[in-house]
Write a protein that binds this ligand. Sequence first.
Ligand code: ATR
Length: 280
Amino acid sequence: METTHSFDHYAVMGYPISHSRSPGIHHLFAEQSKQHIVYSAILVEPGDFSNAVAAFQSQGGKGLNVTIPYKEEAWSLVNQRSARAEKAGAVNTIMLRQDGSLYGDNTDGIGLVNDLTKNQSFSLKNKKILILGAGGAVKGILQPILIENPAQIVIANRTPDKALTLAKQYAEIDDTCPVIGMGFDEIPKQLFDIVINGTSSSLTGHIPDIKAELVNNAFCYDMMYGKEATTFMQWCMKHNASNVSDGLGMLIEQAAAAFYVWRNVQPDTRPVITRIRSTI
Ligand code: ATR
Protein backbone atom coordinates (compact mmCIF):
# COMPACT_ATOMS: atom_id res chain seq x y z
CA MET A 1 0.00 0.00 0.00
CA GLU A 2 1.30 3.43 -0.87
CA THR A 3 1.87 5.81 2.04
CA THR A 4 1.19 9.51 1.62
CA HIS A 5 3.12 12.11 3.59
CA SER A 6 2.37 15.72 4.27
CA PHE A 7 5.19 18.03 3.28
CA ASP A 8 6.45 20.82 5.53
CA HIS A 9 6.99 24.09 3.70
CA TYR A 10 10.22 26.14 3.92
CA ALA A 11 11.46 29.04 1.81
CA VAL A 12 14.19 31.59 1.29
CA MET A 13 13.21 35.26 1.03
CA GLY A 14 15.34 37.96 -0.58
CA TYR A 15 15.56 40.61 -3.28
CA PRO A 16 16.78 39.49 -5.79
CA ILE A 17 16.23 35.76 -5.27
CA SER A 18 16.29 33.94 -8.63
CA HIS A 19 20.03 33.15 -8.25
CA SER A 20 19.50 31.39 -4.90
CA ARG A 21 20.90 27.88 -4.60
CA SER A 22 19.09 27.26 -1.30
CA PRO A 23 16.09 25.36 -2.78
CA GLY A 24 18.44 22.94 -4.59
CA ILE A 25 20.62 22.45 -1.51
CA HIS A 26 17.72 21.84 0.90
CA HIS A 27 15.99 19.44 -1.48
CA LEU A 28 19.24 17.42 -1.65
CA PHE A 29 19.42 17.38 2.18
CA ALA A 30 15.78 16.27 2.36
CA GLU A 31 16.24 13.52 -0.23
CA GLN A 32 19.33 12.24 1.57
CA SER A 33 17.70 12.21 5.03
CA LYS A 34 14.22 11.17 3.83
CA GLN A 35 12.59 14.30 5.21
CA HIS A 36 9.37 15.42 3.58
CA ILE A 37 9.80 19.07 2.78
CA VAL A 38 9.10 21.56 0.03
CA TYR A 39 11.46 24.53 -0.20
CA SER A 40 10.76 27.54 -2.42
CA ALA A 41 12.40 30.85 -3.26
CA ILE A 42 10.22 33.90 -2.63
CA LEU A 43 10.99 37.31 -4.12
CA VAL A 44 10.06 39.96 -1.56
CA GLU A 45 9.75 43.54 -2.80
CA PRO A 46 11.44 46.23 -0.69
CA GLY A 47 9.20 47.28 2.22
CA ASP A 48 7.23 44.04 2.15
CA PHE A 49 9.32 41.71 4.30
CA SER A 50 7.18 41.53 7.47
CA ASN A 51 3.99 41.08 5.39
CA ALA A 52 5.63 38.29 3.41
CA VAL A 53 6.69 36.48 6.61
CA ALA A 54 3.16 36.82 8.06
CA ALA A 55 1.63 35.49 4.83
CA PHE A 56 4.01 32.52 4.79
CA GLN A 57 3.15 31.84 8.42
CA SER A 58 -0.59 31.97 7.78
CA GLN A 59 -0.11 29.39 5.00
CA GLY A 60 1.43 27.03 7.57
CA GLY A 61 5.10 27.55 6.63
CA LYS A 62 7.57 26.04 9.09
CA GLY A 63 10.81 27.90 8.47
CA LEU A 64 12.57 30.57 6.46
CA ASN A 65 16.02 31.49 5.29
CA VAL A 66 16.60 35.17 4.82
CA THR A 67 19.12 36.66 2.45
CA ILE A 68 20.18 40.09 1.21
CA PRO A 69 18.77 42.67 1.95
CA TYR A 70 16.54 41.43 4.80
CA LYS A 71 18.86 39.86 7.38
CA GLU A 72 18.85 42.92 9.67
CA GLU A 73 15.09 43.37 9.35
CA ALA A 74 14.62 39.70 10.21
CA TRP A 75 16.70 40.30 13.34
CA SER A 76 14.28 43.03 14.45
CA LEU A 77 11.19 41.03 13.51
CA VAL A 78 11.79 37.80 15.46
CA ASN A 79 10.57 37.32 19.04
CA GLN A 80 13.62 35.41 20.24
CA ARG A 81 17.21 35.05 18.99
CA SER A 82 20.06 32.61 19.43
CA ALA A 83 23.18 34.04 21.09
CA ARG A 84 25.07 34.02 17.77
CA ALA A 85 22.25 35.86 15.99
CA GLU A 86 21.99 38.34 18.84
CA LYS A 87 25.64 39.26 18.48
CA ALA A 88 25.68 39.25 14.66
CA GLY A 89 22.81 41.76 14.46
CA ALA A 90 21.44 39.72 11.57
CA VAL A 91 19.22 36.64 11.17
CA ASN A 92 19.45 34.23 8.24
CA THR A 93 17.26 31.43 9.65
CA ILE A 94 13.77 31.73 11.15
CA MET A 95 11.78 28.97 12.79
CA LEU A 96 8.04 29.60 12.69
CA ARG A 97 6.82 28.05 15.90
CA GLN A 98 3.40 26.51 16.43
CA ASP A 99 2.49 29.15 19.03
CA GLY A 100 2.96 31.81 16.34
CA SER A 101 6.27 33.14 17.66
CA LEU A 102 9.40 33.54 15.51
CA TYR A 103 12.82 32.22 16.55
CA GLY A 104 15.82 33.73 14.75
CA ASP A 105 19.26 32.23 14.30
CA ASN A 106 22.33 33.10 12.26
CA THR A 107 24.12 30.10 10.75
CA ASP A 108 26.52 31.99 8.45
CA GLY A 109 29.43 31.96 10.88
CA ILE A 110 29.08 28.33 11.89
CA GLY A 111 28.85 27.59 8.16
CA LEU A 112 32.28 29.12 7.64
CA VAL A 113 33.77 27.46 10.73
CA ASN A 114 32.39 24.04 9.75
CA ASP A 115 33.68 24.38 6.20
CA LEU A 116 37.15 25.22 7.49
CA THR A 117 37.34 22.68 10.30
CA LYS A 118 35.40 19.72 8.81
CA ASN A 119 35.83 20.00 5.05
CA GLN A 120 39.27 21.62 4.87
CA SER A 121 40.78 20.21 8.10
CA PHE A 122 41.87 23.72 9.09
CA SER A 123 41.62 24.41 12.82
CA LEU A 124 41.28 28.05 13.92
CA LYS A 125 42.66 27.37 17.41
CA ASN A 126 45.67 29.59 18.22
CA LYS A 127 45.69 30.96 14.68
CA LYS A 128 46.35 34.52 13.60
CA ILE A 129 43.42 35.59 11.45
CA LEU A 130 43.15 38.51 9.04
CA ILE A 131 39.57 39.32 8.02
CA LEU A 132 39.03 41.72 5.10
CA GLY A 133 35.77 43.68 5.13
CA ALA A 134 33.47 44.99 7.85
CA GLY A 135 30.00 44.71 6.29
CA GLY A 136 27.09 42.39 7.00
CA ALA A 137 28.95 39.25 5.86
CA VAL A 138 31.76 39.82 8.37
CA LYS A 139 29.42 40.70 11.26
CA GLY A 140 27.88 37.24 10.92
CA ILE A 141 31.13 35.29 11.28
CA LEU A 142 32.98 36.90 14.20
CA GLN A 143 31.26 35.25 17.17
CA PRO A 144 31.56 31.65 15.83
CA ILE A 145 35.22 32.30 14.91
CA LEU A 146 35.98 33.55 18.44
CA ILE A 147 34.47 30.37 19.91
CA GLU A 148 37.26 28.42 18.15
CA ASN A 149 39.88 30.22 20.33
CA PRO A 150 42.11 31.87 17.74
CA ALA A 151 45.22 33.76 18.89
CA GLN A 152 44.40 37.08 17.22
CA ILE A 153 41.85 38.64 14.87
CA VAL A 154 42.66 41.65 12.70
CA ILE A 155 39.67 43.16 10.88
CA ALA A 156 40.75 45.43 8.02
CA ASN A 157 38.42 47.44 5.84
CA ARG A 158 38.60 49.91 2.93
CA THR A 159 36.68 52.32 5.19
CA PRO A 160 38.77 51.99 8.39
CA ASP A 161 36.13 53.36 10.81
CA LYS A 162 33.77 50.48 10.11
CA ALA A 163 36.49 47.97 11.03
CA LEU A 164 37.34 49.89 14.21
CA THR A 165 33.71 50.03 15.33
CA LEU A 166 33.15 46.35 14.62
CA ALA A 167 36.36 45.28 16.38
CA LYS A 168 35.41 47.29 19.47
CA GLN A 169 32.16 45.33 19.80
CA TYR A 170 34.15 42.09 20.05
CA ALA A 171 37.32 43.31 21.75
CA GLU A 172 36.21 42.44 25.26
CA ILE A 173 34.45 39.15 24.63
CA ASP A 174 37.51 36.98 25.10
CA ASP A 175 40.59 38.52 26.70
CA THR A 176 42.83 35.74 25.33
CA CYS A 177 42.14 36.85 21.74
CA PRO A 178 42.71 40.48 20.79
CA VAL A 179 40.33 41.77 18.09
CA ILE A 180 41.57 44.90 16.39
CA GLY A 181 40.27 46.99 13.51
CA MET A 182 42.09 49.15 10.95
CA GLY A 183 42.41 50.29 7.34
CA PHE A 184 44.15 48.17 4.67
CA ASP A 185 47.34 50.23 4.75
CA GLU A 186 47.75 49.82 8.53
CA ILE A 187 47.77 46.01 8.57
CA PRO A 188 50.90 44.95 10.50
CA LYS A 189 53.63 43.16 8.54
CA GLN A 190 53.32 39.84 10.28
CA LEU A 191 52.51 36.27 9.32
CA PHE A 192 48.82 35.46 9.23
CA ASP A 193 47.74 31.81 9.22
CA ILE A 194 44.53 32.59 7.39
CA VAL A 195 43.23 35.54 5.38
CA ILE A 196 39.43 35.60 4.97
CA ASN A 197 37.99 37.84 2.28
CA GLY A 198 34.60 38.98 3.58
CA THR A 199 34.37 41.95 1.21
CA SER A 200 32.14 41.86 -1.83
CA SER A 201 35.06 42.89 -4.08
CA SER A 202 35.10 39.59 -6.02
CA LEU A 203 31.58 40.35 -7.27
CA THR A 204 33.02 43.15 -9.37
CA GLY A 205 36.25 41.36 -10.23
CA HIS A 206 38.35 43.47 -7.83
CA ILE A 207 40.62 42.54 -4.96
CA PRO A 208 40.99 44.37 -1.64
CA ASP A 209 43.96 46.71 -1.83
CA ILE A 210 46.31 44.92 0.59
CA LYS A 211 50.04 44.17 0.41
CA ALA A 212 50.82 40.90 -1.37
CA GLU A 213 53.22 39.76 1.36
CA LEU A 214 50.23 39.38 3.75
CA VAL A 215 48.97 36.31 1.91
CA ASN A 216 52.39 34.69 1.59
CA ASN A 217 52.12 31.20 3.07
CA ALA A 218 48.60 31.85 4.41
CA PHE A 219 45.42 29.88 3.80
CA CYS A 220 43.31 32.31 1.76
CA TYR A 221 39.53 31.93 1.92
CA ASP A 222 37.09 33.95 -0.17
CA MET A 223 33.52 33.94 1.15
CA MET A 224 32.33 34.44 -2.45
CA TYR A 225 32.26 31.58 -4.95
CA GLY A 226 31.94 31.04 -8.66
CA LYS A 227 32.60 28.59 -11.47
CA GLU A 228 36.23 29.65 -11.67
CA ALA A 229 38.56 30.63 -8.83
CA THR A 230 37.56 34.14 -7.69
CA THR A 231 39.80 37.10 -8.50
CA PHE A 232 40.94 37.13 -4.86
CA MET A 233 41.86 33.42 -4.98
CA GLN A 234 43.79 33.90 -8.22
CA TRP A 235 45.69 36.84 -6.78
CA CYS A 236 46.52 34.91 -3.59
CA MET A 237 47.80 31.90 -5.58
CA LYS A 238 50.03 34.24 -7.56
CA HIS A 239 51.43 35.59 -4.29
CA ASN A 240 52.29 32.26 -2.73
CA ALA A 241 49.28 31.45 -0.57
CA SER A 242 49.66 28.02 1.02
CA ASN A 243 46.09 27.11 0.02
CA VAL A 244 43.00 28.83 -1.38
CA SER A 245 39.28 28.16 -1.15
CA ASP A 246 36.06 29.78 -2.24
CA GLY A 247 32.94 29.99 -0.07
CA LEU A 248 30.76 27.30 -1.65
CA GLY A 249 31.39 24.98 1.31
CA MET A 250 30.37 27.79 3.68
CA LEU A 251 27.10 28.26 1.76
CA ILE A 252 26.27 24.58 2.06
CA GLU A 253 27.34 24.33 5.70
CA GLN A 254 25.18 27.33 6.70
CA ALA A 255 22.27 25.63 4.97
CA ALA A 256 23.00 22.38 6.83
CA ALA A 257 23.01 24.24 10.15
CA ALA A 258 19.63 25.81 9.26
CA PHE A 259 18.28 22.37 8.29
CA TYR A 260 19.39 21.15 11.72
CA VAL A 261 17.62 24.06 13.48
CA TRP A 262 14.36 23.19 11.70
CA ARG A 263 14.48 19.39 11.45
CA ASN A 264 16.94 18.32 14.18
CA VAL A 265 18.72 16.30 11.48
CA GLN A 266 22.37 16.83 10.52
CA PRO A 267 22.79 16.48 6.73
CA ASP A 268 25.89 14.88 5.19
CA THR A 269 27.26 17.93 3.38
CA ARG A 270 30.12 16.43 1.35
CA PRO A 271 28.05 14.81 -1.43
CA VAL A 272 25.95 17.97 -1.62
CA ILE A 273 29.04 20.17 -2.02
CA THR A 274 30.25 17.90 -4.84
CA ARG A 275 26.84 17.91 -6.54
CA ILE A 276 26.30 21.69 -6.32
CA ARG A 277 29.91 22.34 -7.42
CA SER A 278 29.22 20.37 -10.61
CA THR A 279 26.27 22.63 -11.45
CA ILE A 280 27.85 26.09 -11.09
P1 ATR B 1 27.90 42.35 2.71
O1 ATR B 1 26.58 42.11 3.38
O2 ATR B 1 28.16 41.52 1.48
O3 ATR B 1 29.05 42.34 3.65
P2 ATR B 1 28.08 45.21 2.76
O4 ATR B 1 27.54 45.26 4.14
O5 ATR B 1 27.65 46.24 1.75
O6 ATR B 1 27.77 43.84 2.07
O7 ATR B 1 29.68 45.24 2.86
C1 ATR B 1 30.51 45.14 1.73
C2 ATR B 1 31.96 45.06 2.22
O8 ATR B 1 32.83 44.86 1.10
C3 ATR B 1 32.44 46.32 2.91
O9 ATR B 1 33.40 45.98 3.89
C4 ATR B 1 33.09 47.09 1.74
O10 ATR B 1 34.04 48.06 2.13
P3 ATR B 1 33.57 49.55 2.57
O11 ATR B 1 33.03 49.41 3.95
O12 ATR B 1 34.80 50.36 2.49
O13 ATR B 1 32.52 49.93 1.55
C5 ATR B 1 33.76 45.94 1.04
N1 ATR B 1 34.09 46.18 -0.37
C6 ATR B 1 33.26 46.19 -1.43
N2 ATR B 1 33.94 46.38 -2.58
C7 ATR B 1 35.26 46.48 -2.25
C8 ATR B 1 36.46 46.66 -2.97
N3 ATR B 1 36.46 46.78 -4.30
N4 ATR B 1 37.63 46.70 -2.29
C9 ATR B 1 37.64 46.56 -0.96
N5 ATR B 1 36.54 46.39 -0.20
C10 ATR B 1 35.35 46.34 -0.82
